[in-house]
Design a protein around this ligand. Structure first.
Ligand SMILES: *Cc1c(COP(=O)(O)O)cnc(C)c1O
Length: 357
């Protein structure tokens, strides 16, 4: 198989497969598909549309500009779009009018909503901090936040849709503590007269593994794309498929003085090939692994072919993929280059064309 240029393939069939696996696994809890960072480098609108077509009713956008871009692209209600990273200087009016669900941690943010003066009630998800200390009201501030939101709800300015939190998902014990704190916060909200239609806490790891972390909705990011953490089980063992493949044709073959052959591809460190890759990981050519070797260039990578002589210019090199053609997965890449697979995909250069398959 040959291709004339370097490219990133996005396998929408694999994406749909993963959505099916995750939806089935957490039912009757619902699934939110998190599309921050251009859908983890997979393409914001393509991923969101595929998710909506597959029956997903929640999209996690991270911020308001991304949420509005999705509405612009035709992701309309009743699909819910959740934005939880709010710029303090932001006018929330357009988000309220576009029926974006807002993650709210402070009374100041509620003031911003009131100040926007929109006729529609803003849909808000109140966030409690349960140990991660990344936004979220403290236990002390929680009753004040909830009471203020409830007062605004009575005036028709907000609609309280959910109580939520984000947890570390690094170890079971910490997560259990966070779950207990979360349940406490939900009780406090209910005691203050709030209905709490939805509760959500978990992202991929805890949502997949723990039924007690799922509540009404799980916010799945990495697992949607078939990207498990480095220290966990493989995507395949969880029944998931890696959605992204990166590949490039051999552009040159050199014969070194010692008779070894090396092949180049036109992807370098500016394209997202880690500078730690040489000597640490191999890529697949004709179904066999060959190591990446120095020098790693800005737009070119060299692969040691040893004495293998059947590789020719134009042969396809699979840098990463689901492993089915002998190539490493992104999980393997992350482990070999001291990072997470998520970092590798969000660092990709938009210059490399992305193609849906
Ligand atoms: C990124 C993010 C997620 C998704 O996390 P994954 O581990 O990639 O599934 C969920 N919730 C919040 C608040 C996030 O920021």
């Amino acid at each position: 198989m040959t291709t004339s240029t370097s490219e990133i393939l996005i396998d929408l069939g694999a994406l749909r497969h993963n959505l099916g696996v995750l939806t089935t696994r957490v039912a009757p809890s619902q699934v939110m598909v998190v599309v921050k960072n251009d859908a983890y480098g997979h393409g914001l609108v393509d991923v969101a549309r595929t998710a909506v077509d597959a029956g997903v009713s929640w999209i996690g956008a991270l911020d308001v500009p991304t949420a509005l871009a999705l509405r612009e692209a035709g992701i309309s209600p009743p699909t819910r779009i959740f934005a939880w990273l709010l710029d303090p200087a932001e006018d929330l009016g357009p988000a309220i009018s576009a029926s974006i669900d807002l993650g709210i941690s402070t009374v100041d943010q509620l003031h911003t909503i009131s100040a926007a003066g929109r006729p529609d009630a803003a849909r808000v998800h109140l966030k409690i901090d349960t140990g991660l200390h990344r936004n979220g009201a403290t236990v002390d501030d929680w009753p004040g936040l909830v009471s203020h939101a409830r007062a605004l709800e009575n005036q028709g300015i907000v609609e309280i849709v959910a109580v939520w939190t984000h947890i570390a998902e690094a170890n079971d014990h910490e997560d259990s503590l966070s779950i207990a704190r979360f349940e406490k916060a939900v009780d406090v909200a209910r005691e203050l007269g709030v209905r709490v239609p939805l509760r959500h806490l978990a992202a991929s790891a805890a949502g997949f593994a723990r039924s007690d972390a799922r509540f009404d909705l799980v916010r799945f990011g990495a697992f949607v794309y078939g990207l498990p953490p480095g220290d966990g089980p493989s995507a395949e063992s969880m029944g998931l498929r890696q959605v992204m493949t990166m590949r490039a044709p051999v552009t040159a073959i050199d014969v070194l003085p010692d008779g070894r052959r090396r092949a180049s591809i036109d992807l370098g460190f500016a394209d997202g090939i880690s500078t730690l890759a040489p000597g640490r990981i191999g890529v697949a050519v004709r179904g066999r692994r060959h190591p990446i070797v120095l020098p790693l260039e800005v737009d070119r990578t060299w692969i040691d072919l040893g004495d293998e002589s059947d590789v020719i210019v134009g042969d396809l090199v699979t840098v990463w993929g689901d492993g089915s053609a002998g190539e490493p997965t992104l999980q393997e890449w992350g482990n070999a280059t001291d990072t997470m697979s998520e970092e590798l995909v969000v660092r990709l250069n938009p210059r490399v064309p992305r193609r849906l398959i």
